[in-house]
Design a protein around this ligand. Sequence first.
Ligand code: PRX
Length: 645
Amino acid sequence: MDHTGALDALLHEERVFRPLPQIVIEANVTPQNLQAAQAKADTDALAYWEDAAHELDWFKKWDRVLDDSDAPFYKWFPGAKCNIVYNALDRHIETGNKNKLALIWEGEPGDQRKYTYYELYRAVNRFANALRSLGIGRGDHVVLYMPLLPETVISMLAVAKIGAVHSMVHGGYSAKVLRERISDVQARLVITADGFYRNGKIVNLKNVVDEALTSASTECVETCVVAHRVTVDVEMHEPRDLWYDDLVRRERPEAPTEVMNADDPLFVLYTSGTSGTPKGIVHSHGGYMVGVNRTMSWVFDIKPTDIFWCTADAGWITGHSYVIYGPLVTGTTTVMYEGSSLYPQADRLWDVVDRYGVTILYTAPTLIRMLMRYGPQYPKRKDLSTLRLLGTVGEPCNPEAWVWLYKYIGRSECPIMDTWWQTETGMLMISPLPISLLKPGSVNKPLPGIAADIVDAQGNAVPAGTTGYLILRRPWPGMMRDVLGDSARLRSDYWERIPGGVYFAGDLARRDQDGYIWIEGRADDVMNIAGHRIGTVDVENALTSHRFVSEAAVIPVPDKIKGEVAKAFVILTPGWEDHFENLDELLKALRLHVQNEIGPVAELRAIEPRKTLPRTPSGKIMRRILRAEELGLNPAEVTTLLPDD
Ligand code: PRX
């Protein structure tokens, strides 16, 4: 099996960390209720999830917990009526949370904006009314191309409140990708900002939207709403473009919340898969809100006094579930920071924790590895004593980074929740709880109700210590509802890859003798660059769309900070010599081309020209041979994936 994607030390880690007694006593889930929950989930998973659903407010309760008659198109809570925004905002207005802080936002230059639940509710209502006055309503698709701003939260919630479907595109994607997403969902509205601050500079966003909207494929867009953030020249195209502030100024702060079916779509989020173009993963109101609510309160142990900070961007699933929906549904205070963690210096995260008294910090191993390099003197300068719980997500957390986080940020007192999940799962799936014994580098055990297993290509469970494919045997409420416009891929890419009607996660993993799960990286042609999923196929397509690249193969190579970065092998088209002074110039142009095609998220470490590329008899490029060469391994050590690969 291919261990090369994993950081070496993962394979040798044996330390165990115990939670402090105080944490165990005070946790929302104590050892006793965990045992009871586990027993219930094991004997009757649906009853377990039904209990979880009762913690939320519904306009009408379900007829059944799960409709599996059209599996794998599982329908959670059929017959129920709800809206996640009712749970994230409206219901808090009726309770003691009305004047509690919902959102603390800090801009990179140091400016701040704070919203109580009531203020956020009113802002969302104003924008919801504005959206309705633009003719946007139930079922319409809205694309958001936004940085981390309060308006981003308000926009998402307003769109969901009126029953429309949001689709966020991360600001690290190019105009071309944005255009494809807009056209794919047939968005009637795009919401963006003029720009944002990053590393002390202004990044212009609106011009990317303008470029995306020049093509016939984006004619579906009637309106583009622009939130004002920075002082920058913006071309407003009338009548299409409208300023956010002008739109909401006269709107009333009350707006009805659309009554949705539990199964109605809430958002679409694109992610790279094994083959083809990135998939639009569809999540719906009912099951998703049950999933994020339960995991927030159990894994992140939310208490009324918490200040919760998830450092993810709103453009990724982590931002959706644990910056915005999860925290607000549980009525906690969520922190958002606009800019770079290194600005003005490497203590910015610790400074934010110190100044706002953050109690729970959920972040990415890449960020920890980067900040580690600057040394512990940065966190030592700040008061981090309000922290009581830490979390990581997105990629394997190597023990070195884990222990640094534990020691220097968590004072050797805060448990670290290394959470495994995906865009498709919507919610945390495999994770410790605050009361768990922790092994650095392991994602611990499946949460109650989650039936994770590790199997071979035939679907047989593999013994402890053996690497296999990570699968899920049972549906769960936060699960994806569909692949937008291509339902067949829900079957072919996930539920029919391994025999037995199980969900194929696309990861390699193993279980140790104690039942702890260790994620070893992707089993498919997806790279994990700084915790971001980028398809090798997507980068290859970007390269071959250049006139002087006839063939390309892209592989992930290990990187000390980012986990993985991409390396490309290309066959050049003759004639390039007439257009470029030398090879370096051409390779520079190819990098730029990939940036334009995909965006800065797809970081290319190196491009190597080749005369030929290794191929299977049927003509498929054998990336594993290239990987073996690159890593100095015998190709047999980098085994093939599933039989059809
Ligand atoms: O390979 C796994 C890795 O990230 C993938 C999911 O990526 P995405 O859909 O972008 O969602 C990221 C945030 C939820 C997984 O298939 N991954 C996620 N969490 C972990 C992880 N790998 C190791 N350890 C984790 N905790």
